[in-house]
Design a protein around this ligand. Structure first.
Ligand code: SF4
Length: 771
C-alpha cells in the first residue's frame, strides 16, 4: 500500500471546521430568496449601476451570453425583465467585480500564503489586472509586460524536443472565435494535445451518441419541451446547475407534460418551482415538477432502464403495436431481436433491486410512457461520470428507439451541458481526437500539414506530466487542478512542469500549484466591452441545443491591461512562429470577422457565419438526427441497439459509494458562497451526506467529524476532517462536494471508452476523525 504524496495544495486539509448549520431541505427551488441572494451578491461585488447594467444585457439578443451553464435562451419570447437565473447573476457578480489584483497585491501575498486560503477565499480576491510571472524559485508573482509573457512562452515552446511535450487545455468559457484560432495555433505548432473540460463531463455523451445516432450532441430544441408528453430527467440537478431549465419545465407542465425525475438525492429543483417572474411564484405558490420521483441508487440507472425496457416489452406483447414503434425500429435500427433476447436474462425484481427501487415504482414510470412517443430524456453528470457512462447513454438511446422518440417534434435526447460554450469549443475543433476529415480541411484552407495522431485528453495529460513527458502546460481558462481527479497526484504532476501558463480572469488554485515557472495572463470576461482598433467586437457561442449566437459585452473592463483570448492566441502564435508561419496572425488578431470568415470555410454548418451569427437569436447548427436522419461512421444510416451488461457493485461492510456534487453556491470550480440552501446545509462545505441507517450501523452521530479514505490501486487517498450530515440518500450511498473530495477520485478510475473520471462513483471508507 502506498500513500499519496505528502506535499499538497494547502488549505485542502484544514485543521478546523466552520460553524455548520443544518436546516430542513427544500422541496422547491428559486422563489424570492433566489432574487434576494442574487441581488446581494451583485451589490457587494459590482455596485448597483454596473450590476444592473450587466444584468439587463445578460442573455438578451443584443447582449452577452451568461458565462454560466449552456442552457439555451428562448428563440423568440425572451423576458423583458430578466433572462437569467440566480446563478447567472452570481456569475456576473464574480466576473464584473470591481476588486482587482494589481502588482501591490502580488507583492504583499506570496504564493505559499495564497495557497493557504480555500477556493472560496481565493476566488473572492478580485480580477487579475495585468500579466504576472513567477520566476524559477521565486516566492511571489511579479507584474510583467505582454511582450515578456509572449516571448517567455514562445522560447519555452520552441525549445521543446517535440511539440508533443506541450499540452493546451480549454475550459468551456472560451468563445468560438478564440477556440478556432487556438486550435489553429496548436495544430500549426504540431500537436493534438488539446485536453478540454468536456473530457471530464459529457465526453461519455459524445462517444455514446456519435456511436449510435451519428452526432455527439442532443437532438431537441427548447420548443420541443413545450410540445411533449413526458420528460425524463436523469442524473441532473437543474435547480442548481441549469436553473432557467425550471422555467421550461414549468411551461411544459402547464402544457400537460409529465415529468419523471431519476436521482439518488431528492433535489429541490426537480420537485417544485416558484417562478419569481410570475405572480404565482412571487406569492410563494409552487408548480409541482416531478410527477414521479425515482430515487435510484448511485449508478442504478442501467438497471432502471433495462427494467423499464423489459416491462415495456411485456406491455407490447400484451397489446402488439401499441407500445413499440415498429416502423421506426424497422427503418432505422439493427439488433432489435438480439437486444430483446438480451433482456431475457434478467428478472424485473432483480433489476429493481439493483436500481434501488420497487417494481411498483418502475411500473409507474412505464405506465407514464408506454402509450406515448413524444418523450424527451435529459441527463448530465449523474449519467456520464461512471465507468459505464457511455453504455448508459447508449441504453438511453435504446429506450428512445423502442419508442421511436427521436427525430420528431416533442421527442429526443437532451444532454444538458454545464459550461456556456463547452459544446462550441468542440464544434470549433478543440479536441484531442480530431477526425481526418477535419484535419484535411484545415490543410486545404491554410496550407500546412496538421498532426494526425491523437493527443492527450485530461487524464492522459496528467499522467504525461507525472511521467515527465509534458514540459509546458497552457490553459485557456478554467481551474485545472480543482476540476481534475486525484488532487494530490495531479498537484504533484503539475509541479513537474517546466512552465505552466493560465489565461484567466480571476485567481484560482491552479495558479498556486505550478511548474518551475508560471505565468497568469489576464483576459476579458464575457460582460467586458471588447474594443480592438477602436471598434467594438463581439464573439459567438453555441448552447446545449446547437444554437450559435453573438455575445457582446458592454461593461468597462477593470484594467486597461486585459487582452481578449483571441488576441492572446494570435500574439502568441506570432511570437512562437515568427516568419515561419503560413498564417496571417495579424489579420485574425485585428478582426473577429476575419476569424469568422475562416470558420465559415472550415467548420460544417458555419457557412456564411458572419451573416448568420448577426441574426437576432443566432442560428441552429445542422443536426441530422434531429430531423430523423442518422448518419453514423460505423453503421451508415442505421442505429445499432447496444447490449451492455449490468454493472457489478460489491461493497465491504465498511465501504460506501460516494458521488461528488455541487452546492447551490457553486458553479463548476467557482465557489460563490458557503451555503447549499436547497439541501439545508449552511456555512460549511466539508460535509458528507449519509443515510441515517448507515450512520447508525457505523456508530456515527449527526455532525460526527470523520476522515474519508479510498484504496483503489493499492494507494491510500485521504480527505481529512469532514462532518457527517444525515440525509435522504439511499443506503450504501454518500455524497460530498467537489473540489474538496476530488482528492479521493483515483486517476485510473475512468469511464470505458470516454476516459471521463468517475466522479459520481468512488468507493470510500469513513472513519472517525483522528486529530
Ligand atoms: S440557466 Fe445557466 S446560462 Fe442561464 S442564466 Fe442561469 S447559469 Fe446562466
Amino acid at each position: 500500500m502506498s500513500k499519496e504524496p505528502e506535499q499538497e495544495p494547502a488549505a485542502e486539509n484544514p485543521e478546523e471546521l466552520l460553524d455548520l448549520k443544518i436546516t430542513h431541505p427544500k422541496d422547491w427551488a428559486a422563489g424570492i430568496p433566489a432574487v434576494t441572494v442574487a441581488m446581494v451578491d451583485i451589490l457587494k461585488e459590482t455596485g448597483l449601476v454596473r450590476g444592473m447594467e450587466g444584468l439587463f444585457h445578460m442573455n438578451k439578443k443584443n447582449g452577452f451570453d451568461c458565462s454560466g451553464c449552456a442552457w439555451p435562451d428562448p428563440d423568440d419570447d425572451r423576458s423583458p425583465i430578466a433572462e437569467y437565473c440566480e446563478n447567472g447573476a452570481k456569475a456576473l457578480a464574480e466576473e464584473a467585480t470591481t476588486k482587482k489584483l494589481t502588482g501591490e497585491f502580488f507583492a504583499e501575498n506570496s504564493v505559499a500564503d495564497l495557497a493557504k486560503l480555500n477556493d472560496y477565499e481565493i476566488g473572492k480576491k478580485g480580477r487579475i489586472a495585468q500579466p504576472v510571472y513567477l520566476a524559477k524559485g521565486a516566492t511571489h508573482y511579479t507584474p510583467v509586460s505582454w511582450d515578456f509573457a509572449f516571448k517567455k512562452i514562445a522560447d519555452e515552446l520552441n525549445a521543446l524536443a517535440s511539440p508533443d511535450e506541450a499540452a493546451f487545455y480549454t475550459s468551456g468559457r472560451t468563445s468560438n472565435e478564440a477556440s478556432f484560432t487556438y486550435q489553429l495555433f496548436v495544430r500549426e505548432f504540431g500537436t493534438n494535445n488539446m485536453p478540454d473540460c468536456s473530457n471530464m463531463c459529457h465526453e461519455s455523451t459524445g462517444v455514446g451518441l456519435a456511436d449510435t445516432i451519428g452526432i455527439g450532441k442532443g437532438t431537441v430544441t427548447l420548443n420541443d419541451f413545450y410540445d411533449t408528453d413526458v420528460i425524463i430527467i436523469m442524473g441532473q440537478n437543474p435547480g442548481t446547475n441549469h436553473p432557467r431549465m425550471l422555467s421550461a419545465l414549468e411551461k411544459a407542465k402547464e402544457k400537460g407534460s409529465k415529468i419523471i425525475a431519476v436521482n439518488p438525492l431528492h433535489e429541490a429543483g426537480l420537485m417544485g418551482f416558484k417562478n419569481p417572474q410570475k405572480v404565482k411564484g412571487f406569492l410563494g405558490i409552487k408548480t409541482q415538477l416531478a410527477d414521479l420521483y425515482l430515487q435510484v441508487k448511485i449508478n442504478g440507472d442501467m438497471a432502471l432502464l433495462k427494467a423499464m425496457e423489459k416491462l415495456l416489452y411485456k406491455a407490447e406483447l400484451e397489446n402488439p403495436g401499441t407500445v413499440f414503434d415498429h416502423e421506426f425500429i424497422k427503418k432505422n435500427t439493427t439488433g432489435y431481436v438480439a437486444f430483446l433476447d438480451s433482456l431475457n436474462q434478467y428478472e424485473v425484481d432483480d433489476l429493481a433491486k439493483a436500481a434501488g427501487l420497487t417494481v411498483t415504482e418502475i411500473e409507474q414510470a412505464v405506465n407514464l410512457i408506454k402509450n406515448k412517443s413524444r418523450i424527451i430524456i435529459c441527463w448530465a453528470m449523474g449519467i456520464t461520470q461512471h465507468k459505464n457512462g457511455v453504455a448508459v447513454v447508449k441504453e438511453i438511446v435504446n429506450l428512445v428507439m423502442l419508442k421511436g422518440a427521436i427525430g420528431k417534434p416533442g421527442a429526443g435526447l437532451c444532454p444538458v451541458r454545464g459550461h456556456s460554450n463547452v459544446q462550441g469549443n468542440r464544434t470549433m475543433m478543440i479536441w484531442d481526437k480530431p477526425k481526418p476529415k477535419q484535419l484535411d480541411k484545415l490543410k486545404e484552407v491554410f496550407g500546412f500539414e496538421p498532426p494526425r495522431g491523437h493527443g492527450y485528453d485530461v487524464v492522459e495529460s496528467i499522467k504525461a506530466m507525472d511521467e515527465g513527458k509534458l514540459k509546458v502546460f497552457f490553459a485557456m481558462g478554467g481551474n485545472f487542478l480543482s476540476a481534475t481527479p486525484d488532487t494530490l497526484f495531479t498537484a504533484q504532476a503539475m509541479r513537474k512542469l517546466r512552465l505552466s501558463v493560465h489565461i484567466s480572469t480571476k485567481l484560482n488554485r491552479s495558479h498556486l500549484v505550478h511548474g518551475e515557472e508560471a505565468l497568469i495572463l489576464p483576459t476579458l470576461s464575457r460582460s467586458d466591452k471588447d474594443i480592438v482598433n477602436g471598434e467594438e467586437q463581439f464573439i459567438s457561442c453555441e448552447n446545449s441545443m446547437g444554437v450559435v449566437q453573438m455575445s457582446k459585452g458592454m461593461l468597462k473592463p477593470v484594467s486597461e491591461h486585459l487582452m481578449n483570448e483571441n488576441q492572446i492566441v494570435c500574439n502568441l502564435a506570432k511570437a512562437t512562429f515568427g516568419s515561419r508561419s503560413v498564417i496571417n496572425w495579424d489579420k485574425y488578431a485585428q478582426s473577429y470577422d476575419a476569424v469568422r470568415d475562416v470558420i465559415a470555410k472550415v467548420i460544417p454548418g458555419c457557412e456564411d457565419y458572419n451573416q448568420k451569427v448577426r441574426l437576432p437569436g443566432g442560428f441552429y447548427l445542422p443536426n441530422a438526427a434531429r430531423e430523423g436522419k442518422f448518419i453514423t461512421e460505423k453503421n451508415g444510416s442505421i442505429i445499432p441497439f447496444n447490449i451492455a451488461p449490468l454493472p457489478k457493485h460489491e461493497l465491504a461492510a465498511d465501504e460506501y459509494h460516494m458521488a461528488t456534487i455541487r452546492s447551490h453556491d457553486q458553479f463548476n470550480t467557482t465557489i460563490y458562497g458557503l451555503d447549499d440552501r436547497y439541501r439545508g446545509i449552511h456555512n460549511e462545505r466539508r460535509v458528507i451526506l449519509m443515510n441515517e441507517n448507515d450512520m447508525q450501523k457505523a456508530g456515527f452521530k449527526a455532525r460526527e467529524k470523520v476522515d474519508l479514505f479510498n484504496y483503489d490501486d493499492w494507494v491510500e487517498r485521504v480527505a481529512r476532517l469532514f462532518v457527517v450530515v444525515p440525509y435522504n440518500i439511499p443506503e450504501g450511498n454518500t455524497a460530498t462536494y467537489y473540489p474538496e473530495a476530488n482528492v479521493l477520485i483515483p486517476i485510473n478510475s475512468v469511464a470505458e471508452q470516454s476516459n471521463t473520471p468517475t466522479s459520481k462513483l468512488v468507493t470510500v471508507k469513513i472513519r472517525k476523525h483522528v486529530v
